[in-house]
Every structure is written in C-alpha cells, then in structure tokens.
Ligand binder design. Structure first.
Ligand code: PLP
Length: 480
C-alpha cells in the first residue's frame, strides 16, 4: 500500500461517496434493472493492464448504481433498515486501513480487547444482566449476522446436552420457537443436525399479536418429554421480522429454566430501541436468558456487518467451537490468559468490527442515539396515523417500534380479492421507484410493511411515501 497513492485515491473515493449521498434521492429506491443486466455492460474477462480509478468510478456511476437498491435512501421503508453513518463508515474505513485478522488475542490484542470493552459498554446501555459482561463467566462477541449468532449458541446448547446424554441423543433433541421466528433458526437446526420434525415452530395468532404463548410452550414441552424427546433450546424474539411481535421473555424464560433448556433471545432489529428507558421493558426477562443478540447493523447506525451476541457462559461456546492446531499455539492462549474469539464463532478469520461500533458509541453518545431511535418511532407513529385516517386502509397489528403493518381493504369486504389487491399495490408503489416497501403474510392475509429506520428519513419523506401509496391505491381501486 503506497501511502501517497492511498491519500490521493481515497480522497477521490470519499468525494464520490459523499456525492452519492448528496444525490441519493434522485435514484429509484428499488433497482429497476432486469436479471442479467450487468453481463451485457461489462467485458467478459479482467483487463491485462491497469485502468485508472476514474474509469472504474465512471463505470460505477453508469453501470453499477442502476443495479443498486438504495438501502440508505430516505425513502427506503422495506424489510428492516441497514444503517450507515459517518461514524460507522469511518470505523469501517479504519478497519480496512489497518486490515488485521484478529482471530486470537495475539494476532492483534487491541482488536480482541476493544471488542470485549465495546460489547460491555453496549451491554450496559441495554441494561443487560451483569452475567452477560466479560467481567464474569460470560461476555459479548461480534458475529457477522443474527443467523450466525443463533447458530453458534444452538451448537453450544446442543453439545452441552450431548456431553451429558451421549451423541446418540442427537435425534431426540427438540428446539422451540414461534412460527414468527426468523428462518435463521431453521437453518441453524439444519446445520446443527436437529431432526427436521424436532424444530417446533409453535402457532401464533392475532389473539397474542403473534407472540409465543407460554401455555403452548409448556404443553409442547411436557408432550415431548412424555414421548422420550429431549427439549434443549428455546428461541424467543423481541421484534419479529413480520410484525415486530414481542415474545414474553419472563414467562418463557422461567419455563426454559425449569426444564434445563438453553434460552436464546433474538432482538436483531428491536434490540436497538432498548437503549431508551421507555422501551427497555420489551426485554424484561432477559435475566432468564442464556444468550441475547441484537444487530447493530440494522438500526444502530453501525455499517453492515455487526451483530452483537452476549452469552452468560462463554465456556459453553468455547467447548463447542474451539480448535487448537499447532500453528496457532502461543503463550497467551496456552496460559488461558486471554480471549481468543476464533473459539466463539464459525470462521477462523475475523475483521476489526468493534472499531465501527466504538466510533458510533463515541461520536454519537447515548443521548443522540436515543433521540435517533425515538425520532424513527415518532415517524412510524405519524405514518400509522395517516393510514388510520384513510378508511380504505387498515392498520393490521398494533405498532410497537418503527414498523407499521397495514393493508388496503378489499372493496365490499370481498376478502377473495384482498391478497391480490395488496400484492398489486406493493408492485405498483415499488415500480414507481419513489419508495420501497415490503410485505409479509399474517393469518393468511397479505400485509404491507412500512419500516422507518433509514438515517436520512424525515417527516417529508414519510408524507411523500403515503401520497405514493394513496395515489397507487386510487388508481388500482379505480380500475376495478
Ligand atoms: N432475526 C430477526 C428478528 C430479523 O429480523 C432478522 C433479519 O431481518 C434476522 C434474525 C436475520 O438477520 P441476519 O441477516 O443478521 O442473519
């Protein structure tokens, strides 16, 4: 890396990115290209001779950006947000600049130690029980995604039971969650060798706002025990992907504890809100959990990827995931004086991700981060009010955080048309390129999801988005 070359080119790149943000509202939010568009625009093979950065940037502008869906657009309301910020970006930049691979403490002591400290900081902001902090038997670790987080704790829980019961018990192990749980859990079960029928997704409905019922869980556990199965893992969600349902952690956690079940809490999206005292109640009961996860890369101004996982018993992870090849042996690890994060995750290599989270926490400070969350929740409330005031629409589930689930009511209450109508409305609004929203299905009904959470979103963007939805709805209803 030539310093002067870096200085010159990186300045150009930062200018390019700053201009991108300045003009981000000019792009269609959802990319409107057809599959395979890029093959026609780029050569078949890599160049023999070097090209200039300017040539590449010209291609980014002309050929790549049309194929980008602009997650940072202020009119992005789909899925859940994936925040970027100046602080997060600078942290990523620094991490790319230093470019170390911190799998063991010795490979970059600062990377391991900063990660431990920053996750203790964040754990304290969330008022997690002390057992989750690195000062005791637990600690935090940054995973790439919530999917990796649930996988590693499922493996730790599985191996903890199998050490007691023997490997043959694998086919008897049972996992519980609600049918609203993210599909990451099913993937973890597949990878973890759990029998497909033993990944039990318990039914939810509108009577509990799609939260998991403790009674159903208790019954499922006793039924399974009576047939010789071995309950070992429960995943509860705070802020489900479809509708932000909140599973009742306290009651579920007590059931898990009484049955010796590992209790994991997935707060991938909504965890960020719990730094505000008024939303902390949604993770009351986390004291009962064995592991807790939130994605700082969703709604916490930290550029992708940064999924924070805390466990109470770090040894359970280590016993499941550690390897100790000769070529990695070193004095600090052998003396067990340090944390080697390679033993808390699937891959060996790992990036210096704590830098960006540290930057976010320091350059914003708690009060600004709380304002940031509250502002989005207020914007979602505002949108919910707009929907409620138009009798052609209905708000489908009570809004808890910054997601509004709603739908266009079918004319004459003819539910046979309701799903197609909302599907067509989704297509119509997203094809305008002015906004991007997504959908889900709840109790058989096709529902539109409006998730506020992009850092640049202001009230005017929400107002404009609602106008697009109303206009497209009028056009659709007029053509029926
Ligand atoms: N859990 C919940 C509640 C989610 O909403 C999501 C994604 O939106 C995930 C897990 C999966 O997240 P990741 O992409 O980090 O694996």
């Amino acid at each position: 890396m030539d310093s002067e070359q870096l200085r010159e080119n990186a300045h150009k790149m930062v200018d390019f990115i700053a201009d991108y943000y300045k003009s981000i509202e000019n792009f269609p939010v959802l990319s409107q290209v057809e599959p395979g568009y890029l093959r026609e625009l780029l050569p078949d093979s890599a160049p023999n001779q070097p090209e200039t950065l300017q040539n590449v940037l010209d291609d980014v502008q002309a050929k790549i950006l049309p194929g980008v869906t602009h997650w940072q657009s202020p009119s992005y309301f789909a899925y859940y947000p994936s925040n970027s910020s100046v602080a997060g970006f600078l942290g990523e930049m620094l991490s790319a600049g230093i470019n170390m691979v911190g799998f063991s403490w010795i490979t970059s002591p600062a990377a391991t130690e900063l990660e431990m400290i920053v996750l203790d900081w964040l754990g304290k902001l969330l008022k997690l029980p002390e057992d989750f902090l690195s000062t005791g038997q637990g600690g935090g670790v940054i995973q790439g995604t919530a999917s990796e987080a649930v996988l590693v704790v499922l493996l730790a829980a599985r191996d903890r039971v199998l050490r007691k019961l023997g490997k043959n018990a694998l086919e008897k192990l049972v996992v519980y969650a609600s049918d609203q749980t993210h599909s990451a859990l099913q993937k973890a079960c597949q990878i973890g060798g759990i029998h497909p029928e033993n990944c039990k997704l318990l039914k939810t409905d509108s009577s509990t706002n799609y939260a998991l019922s403790p009674n159903l869980l208790s019954k499922a556990i006793s039924d399974d025990i009576s047939t010789g199965l071995v309950p070992f893992f429960l995943c509860a969600t705070v802020g489900t992907t479809s509708s932000t349902a909140v599973d009742p952690l306290l009651s579920l956690g007590k059931i898990a504890k009484n049955n010796g079940i590992w209790f994991h809490v997935d707060a991938a999206y909504a965890g960020s809100a719990c730094i505000c005292p008024e939303y902390r109640c949604y993770i009351d009961g986390v004291e009962e959990a064995d592991s807790f996860n939130m994605n700082a890369h969703k709604w916490f101004l930290t550029n992708f990827d940064c999924s924070a996982l805390w466990v109470k018993d770090r040894n359970a992870l280590i016993q499941s995931l550690s390897t100790n090849p000769e070529f990695l042996k070193n004095k600090a690890s052998q003396a067990k004086m340090v944390v080697d994060y390679k033993d808390w995750q699937i891959p060996l290599g790992r990036r210096f991700r704590s830098l960006k989270l540290w930057m976010v926490l320091r350059l914003y400070g708690l009060e600004n981060l709380q304002c940031y969350i509250r502002n989005h929740i207020n914007l979602a409330k505002y949108f919910e009010g707009l929907v409620a005031a138009d009798s052609r629409f209905e708000v489908v589930t009570p809004r808890v955080f910054s997601l509004v689930c709603f739908r266009l009511l079918p004319p004459n209450n003819n539910e046979d048309h309701g799903n197609n109508l909302n599907h067509d409305l989704l297509d119509a609004v997203n094809s305008t390129g002015k906004i991007f929203i997504s959908h889900t299905v709840l109790s058989g009904k096709y529902i539109l999801r409006f998730a506020v959470g992009a850092p640049l979103t202001e009230e005017r963007h929400v107002t404009a988005a609602w106008k697009v939805l109303q206009d497209e709805a009028s056009a659709l209803l007029g053509s029926l």
